[in-house]
Structure formats: C-alpha cells, structure tokens
Design a protein. Structure first.
Length: 451
C-alpha cells in the first residue's frame, strides 16, 4: 500500500509539473484522457443547464403514457464523433429539431466553464451538424506549429489559431490583405513568417520598404525586386502594372474558347493556363504604406501615381497572379484620396495590437464589431497576438511563432535559387555587393575624432 501511495504521489506531482511547465506534454499524456471522460460523463447535465436540450416529441410522450412508463427526459444534441487532437477535443454534434447553431455558439463560454476547458468555439459544418472545438490549454502562450501542414500552391501556414488549428494565408482564396499593428506589436515577425513560408514556393517576391530597406533588404536573396524609397517604388509599381497587362495578353491568347478543344476549361486567370505557359505568380509586400501615401505637398503627382498603381493592382491583379500584402501602423482616410478605395479591395484583414480604437475600426469596422473589440483588448506584453478576419465577417485570434531575422534570412538564402528573374523587374533586382562601403562610412563617422 505504501508503494502504491508513493507511486500515486509521484504521478500526481509529475502531472502537476507538466501542467505548469509543459502544458502540451501534460495534455497529450494526462489531459486528453481526463477531458474526454469529463465531457462524456457531464455531457447530458451540462447541455441541460446551458439550455441546449429540446423536450421529447409527442409520440414519445404518448408511448410513455400508454406503456405506463416514466416520462422521457429532454434530449441534448447527439454526439456524432469525439476526436482528440494535440491541443484539445473536437466534438461533432447533431442538432435536434428546433435547435440552431447560434444556440451552441452563444453557450460557448458556459460550455468552457462546465467542461473545465481553456477555450470553446463552434462552427456549423452543414445543416443540422455543428463542430465544437475545445482547447485544453493556452495554445497562443507558446506557439508550436504542427510538423505537417497543407502544401497546396499559394497556401502558407503563418500562425496558430486559439482553437489549435493552423491559420493559413491562402492567396488564391484571399488574394489581397491588409496587416495593421503598432510599434512592437509583432507585425514584423508576422511578415517574416510570411516571407519564410513563401520562400520554398515557386513564386516571385517583390518588396517595397521605404524605411531605407531595414526590414526587407536582409531577405534580398529571395526577392526578385526591391524598392527602398518612394521614387523607386513608383517605377516598380508601374512595371508591375505593365507585367499585369502582358499576362492578360497571354491569358487572352490561350483562353481555349473553341469547341475543338475537348474537356478544357476556359482560361480566365493564370491557374487555368497549361503549366508550361503559366506565368510565375508575384507577391508584393509593402512594409509601410503610409510612406507611400503621405503627400509632401498638397498636389503630389508621385503620390497619386503610386496610389493609382496600387488600386489597379488590387482591382485587376488577381487573375494575373499578382497579390498584395499591405502593412502599416494606420490605414485610414487621413492618408489621402484613393486610400478608402484601396482598402475596399483588401479582403484579408489582420490587426495586431493597436494604440486606439480608430485603428481597429480601420481594419474591421466594415466587417465585424466583435473583431474591433477583440483587437483593442490585445495586451502589450503578448507580442504577435493578432485578430485575423476577412470580408465574410468571420475572425480568429492568432499568434505567429517567433521567427528571428536571422532565421528568416537563412531560409531565404537557402531557397535563393528559386528566385525567378522577371524581365519587367530586372532594373529593380537588389544588388547584394554594395553594403560594405556603407558600413565602412558609418564606422568612420561613428569613430571619435583624434587630435
């Protein structure tokens, strides 16, 4: 008996230590079993307490009266499947007649407390079937991306959602996106994860970094074109517009609209073209859009030229395989004419910690008021936590894994051979041999004067 007691104490102590120091290990070793038993045992009473039951049907009541049996109880949704995951549990529920998926969503917080889980979210899979995802611990406190992820073209895993699933940046579904965030909010780390995820793919990267290139130029070996000032950016955007028009000519020539070609889809974008004719897709990353949109004077032709090119790329670039990633601290009408039109074309929205409610409304004000509230509640100490949504109104709390600049540079250098050489962008190809003189000049300027 003493040996059993000592072993039990050691197991409990080990479980407590794992839960404190390694919650993921605790979940996989102890938590998943305990949580599954807790959910199955408490399920009927919890659903009844949360108002997620329906009274028995009339024929069941009549049958009970005829047979002189006890009246049947109210019925909760049927459990169709219980699936453990590395971060929690996934319940697939079949709703009873008269129940609605909104009822389950409205009771998520009560289900979280009743089942002693960290978080509960729900979504409707199809009519009458709801998926409830439960997380056993705070997956955003220490982000660990799964070893395997979806590898479809133009699909980049960039972060982890609060329900334990992977957040993907799907360029074919959401071609253009806006990323907002205050200083030290984790916006740069999110951008590094995006570039590191795109580096192994057959895609051309184009960067516009008007902060003298301090964010994107370290990754230059994987970029087909880079601009570090508004003048070069204006010329680069004009070259992208010219490339877009050329790609449309290729699509027009290969549309395959004649009936002589059997079982062929009519080409309307680059993904409908044969692989040997398909132009390489281009992802354009703008690091700080305010530096491009702010006018130095009341009438600035360069600024109007830049915004016009960005709007054209946002409106017409998807079919030509040109995708925009616009980043900034603020993005509103104070940046001048054309900004609101550009924002309307940016379907994907990601907001890190912001300094005021107005900035959150710039991202989600026209999408979801709940997302605005969630964005302004991100604490300053949780760098990298963000709210991601799209024009459908759905949103998620996400956090990108910490990726240092050195790790991103190593990834880009390792895949530098994949950098395509685009003739239209050849004048903007970054030069990798011109940094040493600048470093020497800065060192001489910083050296103390000697008599």
């Amino acid at each position: 008996m003493t040996v059993f007691t000592v072993a039990l104490v050691l197991v409990v102590a080990a479980a407590g230590l794992l839960r404190w120091r390694r919650p993921a290990w605790y979940w996989m070793s102890f938590g998943v079993t305990l949580a599954t038993l807790r959910v199955l045992v408490r399920y009927a009473s919890v659903m009844d307490a949360c108002g997620l039951t329906v009274p028995p049907s009339r024929w069941r009541l009549a049958l009970a009266r005829i047979a002189n049996r006890e009246m049947p109880q109210c019925r909760p949704p049927r459990i169709l499947r219980v699936r453990p995951t590395r971060t929690g549990l996934v319940l697939r529920l079949g709703l009873r007649p008269g129940q609605d998926a909104f009822d389950v969503a409205a009771s998520s917080d009560r289900l979280r407390h009743s089942f002693s889980m960290y978080g509960v979210t729900s979504r409707e899979l199809r009519s009458g079937v709801v998926e409830v995802r439960m997380t056993g611990y705070d997956v955003l406190k220490r982000v660990q991306m799964p070893a395997t992820a979806d590898t479809r073209p133009m699909l980049v895993p960039v972060a982890l959602r609060e329900d334990g699933s992977v957040h993907y940046r799907d360029y074919r579904a959401v071609p253009h996106a806006l990323t907002l965030g205050a200083t030290e909010s984790g916006k740069s780390v999110y951008q590094r994860n995006l570039v590191a995820g795109l580096a192994p793919m057959d895609v051309a990267l184009v960067g516009i970094d008007c902060k003298q290139g301090v964010e994107l130029f370290p990754l230059a070996r994987r970029f087909s074109a880079l601009a570090d000032n508004p003048d070069t950016a204006a010329e680069l955007l004009d070259a992208l517009v010219s490339r877009m028009e050329g790609v449309y000519q290729v699509i027009r020539a290969e549309q395959r609209i004649t009936s002589a070609i059997a079982d062929a889809e009519i080409a309307a974008d680059i993904w409908d073209l044969p692989e040997h004719l398909r132009p390489v897709p281009v992802v354009v990353l703008v690091d700080e859009v305010a530096e491009l949109a702010l006018a130095t004077k009341k009438s600035d032709p360069r600024r109007d030229r830049i915004i016009k090119a960005l709007v054209r790329l946002a409106q017409l670039g998807r079919a030509a395989g040109i995708y925009l990633e616009i980043c900034g601290q603020r993005f509103g009408s104070e940046l001048g004419d054309g900004i609101t039109m550009l924002r309307a074309q940016l379907t994907g929205r990601t907001a890190h910690r912001v300094n005021d409610e107005t900035s959150a409304k710039m991202a989600f004000g026209d999408i979801s008021p709940d997302a605005v509230l969630a964005a302004i509640q991100i604490p300053a100490e949780l760098r990298g936590v963000a709210i991601a949504g799209d024009s459908t109104g759905g949103w998620h709390r996400i956090r990108a894994p910490h990726t240092s600049l050195r790790q991103a540079v190593n990834t880009c250098n390792r895949h530098a051979h994949r950098t395509p050489d685009l003739p239209e962008l050849a004048p903007f190809r970054p030069e990798l041999t011109g940094t040493a003189p600048a470093v020497e000049q800065l060192a001489e300027a910083a050296a103390p004067a000697t008599a």
